[in-house]
Design a protein around this ligand. Sequence first.
Ligand code: SF4
Length: 312
Amino acid sequence: MSSIAGKGEALDKGKVLGKGQALDKGKVLDKGKVMGKAEALDKGIVLGKGQALDKGKALDKGKVMGKAEALDKGKAMGKAEAMDKGKVLGEGKAIGKAKVLDKKEVAEVVERLGELYGDEGTALTHGSVFELLVAVVLSAQTTDVAVNKVTPGLFSRWPDAASLAAADPDEVAGAIRAIGLYRTKAMNLVRLSGMLVEKYNGEVPGDFDALTGLPGVGRKTANVVLAFGFGEERMPVDTHVFRVANRIGLCAEATPEKTEAALVARMPEGRLSASHHYLIFHGRRACHARKPECAGCVIEDLCLYPGKPAAG
Ligand code: SF4
């Protein structure tokens, strides 16, 4: 039975309603469920198949999104972002089959950024793989500069896993209190060191799963240790890599993990770990989160970021 709808409401499946109203597979939505102006998009709500947005914000007035147009599960459109198929959106968001640079262009981006930034390596001061692991754990939500200020004192007092495993967490916290989350990090370092002693003879394992099984060690940390402690080709994705890679169009992914997989597949062979640094440097020095310095950017002609001034 069809419901009788009020002003501007839809009756049947697929029928599109007036301004500001949306359908859900043929049901007439209650007034309270109708999405208001840009609500669905701005609040990051992901729309399902056949749902319509209001007021032509993303879709033209009255259009219902088909299967191919619907957003991938888990992805959401941000404010003022376009829905054209193939358009790469800002801040790592992408819709469906977003456009990305081809492999030749990706290689050119890496080439130019490599020329600009060189192969400086990690900025975290360390003298062993253990020290690198500790430094990377400490670097979460903290600058490398801040970490480099506390690690000399930390390493001189507790130079290896055995000594740090036996340390009093409060004393370790006192030694690193200048950096963020120092209590949690101190606890993780003592537990992590204990696990290294128990399971790995006090050595840092060169294995992704073993590393991510350690307290305080996530995917990014494990990849940094494998890349710069063990010489593996890895792509650790931090906030800069995630933002910059998706802006440029090296990939078009909605999560750091998917970004990592896409970059591993698309970056030139043998340049993965180095590219990680290029993207970090570019994110810190030019492609800032809020106001990227597109004028004068060495890859401006290749970059697909729709927000760059030259695109406007
Ligand atoms: S052109 Fe702008 S958005 Fe693109 S990489 Fe350069 S600074 Fe970043």
